[in-house]
Ligand binder design. Structure first.
Ligand SMILES: [Zn+2]
Length: 207
């Protein structure tokens, strides 16, 4: 991949992750209120419902951002839920678990170190979120787009037509056509019949 195209892709992943973070932060405010309410009314069921809602929000946020930057994503509650669930698992495994491994080193950092770490992590995680978001959103890529792409790929390839090579003006014994490819041994191919002509068949038709 050329450098300019690579840079553009990288910038789009960064933008994807950043937009995803902004949209999920907005949803997180709503979600925190709903989650608190659900947790109060019924502890376990409320918490499960709260997580379902969180995944739906995440999937919805990723669908919006993927649609803006890459391709349209199919809509629907179950699609958002599945998308958010996969994203949530991937983010926990790739971004949160490694942090937990270094928790003692990280808490030992001074203020400058913490600020720097926050900046580095924000950029790094924006890339990762962008990459994951596009890959996971791609599972539910809008069918119309796929169909359109499929049609253009399946369009028949123009048929190969050989160039006429018939200096003696021979005629095809079957169709009497002159669009022939005659070889030096006088074997030939008729472009119109799409069939070969054996050298022994000439005598009957040529004058
Ligand atoms: Zn012919």
């Amino acid at each position: 991949m050329e450098a300019k195209k690579w840079l553009r892709e990288a910038a789009k992943y960064l933008l994807h992750g950043t937009l995803f973070a902004i949209v999920t932060d907005v949803f997180a405010i709503f979600w925190a209120f709903i989650f608190l309410f659900l947790a109060i009314i019924g502890s376990l069921l409320g918490i499960i419902l709260g997580f379902v809602l969180l995944f739906v929000f995440m999937g919805f946020a990723n669908s919006i951002v993927t649609g803006l930057l890459w391709f349209p994503v199919r809509k629907g509650f179950w699609i958002y839920l599945a998308q958010g669930f996969l994203l949530g698992i991937a983010i926990v495994v790739i971004e949160l678990l490694p942090l937990l491994l270094f928790v003692s080193e990280l808490t030992a950092l001074d203020l400058t170190g913490r600020i720097l770490l926050q900046i580095v992590l924000f950029i790094l995680y924006a890339f990762i979120d962008g990459y994951l978001g596009k890959a996971i959103g791609g599972i539910w890529k809008e069918a119309r787009v796929r169909a359109a792409l499929g049609v253009s790929r399946l369009r028949p390839v123009p048929e190969f037509v050989p160039e006429t090579k018939n200096p003696d003006g021979l005629r095809c014994p079957r169709c009497n056509g002159v669009r022939l490819v005659v070889e030096t041994d006088r074997s030939a191919y008729c472009i119109d019949c799409r069939r070969g002509i054996h050298p022994s068949t000439w005598r009957a038709t040529t004058s």
